[in-house]
Design a binder for this molecule. Structure first.
Ligand code: PLP
Length: 399
């Protein structure tokens, strides 16, 4: 019997999807379930996006498109880059793909050979680890515990880069922690990065329009423009524009990287489909009121979640300033019991919370931080307060 390739054994099924599936199953059995598990936006794109897609359908030539992405899409993205403070990119610096996940996976193929060092902070978005495993990288995790607000320090980065990883992947705002680096923090990290010229920098900043409290979105290339020659900025329409299923991701970086990426596309996906491209152009270049309104709503929800968590003795949570996640340290519950259920770790805790209270959260170990759990607060408005009440009740019942 022939065997599957070894890399298939290195990719694990998504822990987030497993929780979501279990929640779905319990719901189908008639249980009252509130899901704080998957990070899906709770809104749809504006009507202009659907109108553009319908218009494209009416005229769709059905032909293959450009491997890099249509000129219209690249131009709309360049306009978006301008708006978020990253001017000066041209079509030659940009490319598109099937969501940021596909962009990141393909970038790993473009930048990393087997055994090359690949550094990123913990907690990390789960897929980083899987991509690193699949491509056979030498994974270098940089632990950023809650005690340092889940943020990478310049000294930590300096030490990691001294070992010359081929790629340093940076995520801001962060999934799962929601933390956002301030302008001063970005500048300090950028100063370190310029001292280590052998490392590519990938900034996965797909939540760049979801930043609260006036912190603003900042990128290392703004602080130190010389980093542009080895920094690749990754973006996506999934979260900002409420378009996760449309599958559009984009990158801006050095010309040779964008070109190599397009060559990979020519052998993988060929192109982002034409109808989807039309919708993406409309989202990027049309009215921007939906992302702005959602950002304000998510800031209010963040406050609601933080206020609820503050009422649970022993639960510690650095205050997020972006995305739509909160990542509390819940280790105070470990070693306790809920009814007859003993809670040894984050997985036990999430299982017990789901079984006892019908609330689905994702165990922190899925993101490399087993002391925490992730709450995604994009559920329907009517579910947020009851879901938080149930979490409070659950902790109060621990013995
Ligand atoms: N990067 C981060 C940090 C994410 O949280 C996600 C999705 O959850 C992605 C990338 C992938 O986004 P996309 O839907 O564009 O593939």
């Amino acid at each position: 019997m022939p065997q599957l390739a070894a890399r298939t054994g290195r990719a694990k099924p998504s822990a987030i999807m497993q929780v979501a599936e279990k929640a779905k199953r319990l719901k189908a059995e008639g249980r009252d379930i509130i899901s704080f598990s998957i990070g899906v936006p709770n809104f749809l794109p504006g009507p202009h996006v659907y109108a553009a897609a319908r218009e494209a359908l009416a005229h769709d030539s059905g032909q293959y498109g450009s491997n890099r992405g249509s000129d219209a899409l690249l131009d709309a993205f360049i306009g978006h880059l301008d708006r978020i403070g990253l001017p000066g990119y041209t079509r030659a610096h940009c490319a598109s793909g099937i969501g940021a996940k596909h962009i990141l996976y393909t970038l790993a193929e473009v930048l990393l050979d087997e055994g090359d060092g690949f550094a990123f902070a913990t907690p990390y978005w789960t897929t980083y680890l899987d991509i690193a495993e699949i491509v056979g990288a030498d994974i270098r995790l940089l632990p950023c515990p809650p005690e340092q607000d889940y943020k990478l320090t310049p000294a930590q980065l300096d030490a990691a880069l001294a070992r010359k990883p081929k790629v340093f992947l940076f995520n801001n705002p962060s999934n799962p922690t929601g933390m956002v680096y301030t302008q001063a923090e970005i500048a300090a990290l950028a100063d370190v990065l310029v001292r280590h010229p052998d490392t590519w920098i990938v900034t996965d900043d797909i939540y760049n329009r979801m930043v609260f409290d006036g912190v603003g979105y900042h990128n290392v290339v703004q602080a130190r423009p010389e980093l542009r020659e080895r920094t690749i900025f990754v973006d996506s329409l999934s979260k900002t524009y409420g378009m996760p299923g449309w599958r559009v991701g984009l990158l801006a970086g050095p010309e040779n990287v964008a070109k190599a990426f397009a060559t990979m596309n020519s052998n993988h996906i060929t192109n982002v489909p034409e109808v989807v491209t039309a919708a993406a152009v409309a989202a990027l270049s049309g009215p921007q009121d939906v992302p702005a309104a959602k950002c304000a709503e998510f800031q209010a929800r963040r406050d609601q979640v933080m206020a609820a968590l503050a009422q649970i003795p022993g639960v510690v949570c650095p205050k997020p300033a972006g995305a739509f996640y909160v990542f509390p340290d819940v280790s105070v519950a470990f070693g306790k019991s809920h009814g007859d259920t003993r809670i040894a770790n984050d997985v036990d805790l999430c299982n017990a919370l789901l079984e006892a209270k019908g609330v689905a959260c994702v165990p922190g170990s899925a993101f490399g931080e087993p002391r925490a759990l992730r709450i995604s607060y994009t559920c329907p408005e009517a579910q947020l307060a009851p879901g938080l009440d149930r979490i409070r009740e659950f902790f109060a019942e621990l013995t």
